[in-house]
Design a protein around this ligand. Structure first.
Ligand SMILES: Cc1cc2nc3c(=O)[nH]c(=O)nc-3n(C[C@H](O)[C@H](O)[C@H](O)COP(=O)(O)OP(=O)(O)OC[C@H]3O[C@@H](n4cnc5c(N)ncnc54)[C@H](O)[C@@H]3O)c2cc1C
Ligand code: SF4
Length: 543
């Protein structure tokens, strides 16, 4: 049976800052040129913002370029960053260090990025953009000449056994002259495009971090709106890249989070537990005491920067935002890069639509990007993250040298190794014993996932697929003591043993918060994350 199809000029996959900014810019250009333009955005979350998780302190530069009157339009950017603190933690003490220049936040805003996206979606709809939340794009469509020609949404109502259920609804084709992929970090369709169009040839492998976040309502006496705190050091060992953030926003809320570089080596490391332990530090714990945790979630972020940016275009479309990788790691900010890349792509796509059939490759996007402030910004900091592979002290020393003396103009560019290759064998690693949660400032994973409001239709094919089920035991368990049990922030993976002691990997896919860490960190890339039925996953209120 042929699928229902809808036709647009541009289809955008993902309603994050990149996808929504591109949609707005396209409609602005069409209005200025007096042209009709059909633009659709599809989003796998149940509503716009449901799957958005970020810090977030954001820079407004890119936003102001395409919506200069964002304030008058009621953008939810209300808490200006006022004070930065940068701490080095040891097990018992906290030392205040000078804040690195990239981490100065004066003029930036502390926001819920989910709420910023909800507002951007309203602005987009006012301009006539059609937004379809609750639909996951599961397939890229190609025309007879091999150009990208849109995407298809997944069928709904397919049971775990692959048979149609009573709720069966066939997926829909969203056909377009140009398709923009704005899936965020580790986009699943983007991965297929990397392969088909060899977009990663000649660039460094992407490297990632996992960010785990909680939203707290704290005692008003301990709340300092506009305060931005970052820490490095304890509880991580000196070889592991990462650190914490504490952002005081409005309404007595503090966004607390912890990022661990996914190039970590010890298979016993558990990023969730590192975060829980961080909150028990004597200098940190008092800030949470008397408060209430109101939300939890996790998401991977790109750390590869400039040298890991792939080729961005192919016939019929382009990659924008974090699915390509425009995050500035020393700043821990990707929103402005997502918005800037999106608007530059939109401008190019708009031109391309006016040429011939409008289905060509929007090649000038890369040129525009290379001439932009974003390119200059990312190029200047490209060596800072890779220098941390030599450890915390060498990383800090190199970062200072690069920033103050070389000023980002070093004649070399440091590279990366893929994160899935960094784990040492369990037999050569130290087991890590984590303290039990106290239920006051530290918690367990299951009660955490509960407040991410994660929900999936249970009767559906698994969206966490093992290329070879045997590998889970023969390689992951045998060599690395099944690290997926620990790196998954939602406790999805469990090794259980039958009466005879035979181990088996159980995948509790319904708990998945769509962070994509397993797709990145699995040592043999045996775990493949594919989008589940649209609308499934976390329902973050304001992350
Ligand atoms: C813990 C953490 C802290 C951060 N802190 C900051 C910060 O303080 N400041 C800052 O500027 N940046 C920060 N970032 C980075 C910032 O969040 C990202 O750079 C930004 O969200 C990227 O925007 P995007 O639109 O490219 O992708 P995303 O925001 O990830 O949005 C992608 C959207 O696409 C949807 N989607 C994906 N695949 C599909 C599909 N196949 N079909 C349909 N929909 C799909 C997703 O559900 C999502 O809504 C942080 C990130 C993390 C994880
Ligand atoms: S199953 Fe994978 S994508 Fe889902 S929460 Fe766990 S690590 Fe993240």
């Amino acid at each position: 049976m042929s699928r229902e199809a809808m036709e647009f000029d541009v289809v955008i996959v993902g309603a994050g800052p990149a996808g929504l900014s591109a949609s707005i810019r396209l409609k602005q250009l069409a209005a200025a040129a007096g042209r009709e333009l059909g633009v659709a955005v599809i989003e796998k979350g149940s509503e716009v913002g449901a799957h958005i998780l970020s810090g977030a302190v954001i820079e407004t530069r890119a936003l102001a370029e395409f919506l200069p009157d964002w304030r008058a339009r009621g953008a939810p950017l209300v808490t200006e960053a006022k004070e930065d603190r940068f701490l080095l933690l040891t097990a018992k003490r906290a030392f205040r260090l000078p804040t690195p220049p990239q981490m100065h936040n004066k003029g930036n805003y502390i926001v819920s990025l989910g709420n910023v996206c909800r507002w951007l979606a309203k602005e987009a709809e006012k301009l006539g953009v059609e937004i379809y939340p609750g639909f996951a794009a599961t397939e890229v469509l190609y025309d007879e000449s091999g150009r990208v020609a849109g995407v298809a949404t997944g069928d709904m109502g397919i049971g775990r056994d692959g048979a149609k259920t009573d709720h069966y609804q066939q997926g829909v084709e969203l056909r377009a002259k140009q398709t923009l992929f704005a899936e965020g970090c580790r986009g699943s369709l983007t991965k297929t495009l990397f392969e088909r169009f060899h977009l990663r040839d000649g660039v460094e492998p992407q490297t990632f971090g996992i960010g785990i976040k909680e939203l707290w309502e704290v005692d008003p006496a301990k709340h300092h709106p506009g305060l931005v705190v970052h820490s490095v050091g304890w509880p991580l060992d000196r070889r592991t890249y990462g650190g914490s953030f504490l952002y005081h926003l409005e309404n007595n809320q503090v966004a607390a989070g912890f990022v661990v570089g996914l190039d970590y080596r010890n298979p016993y490391l558990n990023p969730f537990e590192e975060f829980q332990r961080f909150k028990t530090h004597p200098a940190i714990r008092p800030g949470f005491e008397g408060g209430r945790r109101i939300a939890y979630g996790a998401r991977a972020l790109n750390e590869g920067g400039f040298q890991a940016i792939p080729k961005l275009t192919f016939p019929g479309g382009a990659l924008i935002g974090c699915t390509a990788g425009f995050l500035n790691v020393p700043k821990i900010k990707g929103t402005h890069g997502a918005m800037k890349s999106a608007t530059l792509a939109a401008e190019t796509v708009f031109e391309t639509l006016g040429e011939g059939e409008g289905r060509g490759e929007p090649l000038r996007y890369a040129e525009r990007l290379e001439q932009s402030w974003l390119w200059h910004e990312l190029r200047g900091v490209r060596n800072i993250r890779p220098a941390f592979r030599w450890g915390l002290w060498a990383g800090i020393a190199y970062a200072a040298l690069d920033t103050y003396l070389l000023r980002g103009r070093a004649p070399w560019t440091l590279g990366y190794h893929p994160d899935n290759l960094s784990l040492k064998r369990a037999s050569a690693s130290r087991e890590i014993e984590y303290p039990k949660p106290d239920g006051k400032v530290s918690f367990d994973r299951l009660s955490s996932v509960f407040i991410s409001n994660t929900n999936h239709e249970e009767n559906q094919p698994p969206h966490l697929r093992l290329k070879d089920p045997e590998v889970a035991i023969a390689v992951n368990l045998a060599l690395y003591d099944a690290p997926e049990q620990r790196y998954c922030p939602a406790g999805v993976y469990e090794i259980v043993r039958d009466a005879g002691g035979e181990p088996r990997l159980v995948i509790n896919a319904q708990n998945c918060v769509h962070c994509k860490t397993c797709d990145i960190k699995d040592p043999t890339q045996n775990i493949v994350w594919v989008p589940p039925e649209g609308g499934g996953g976390p329902n973050y209120p304001n992350m």
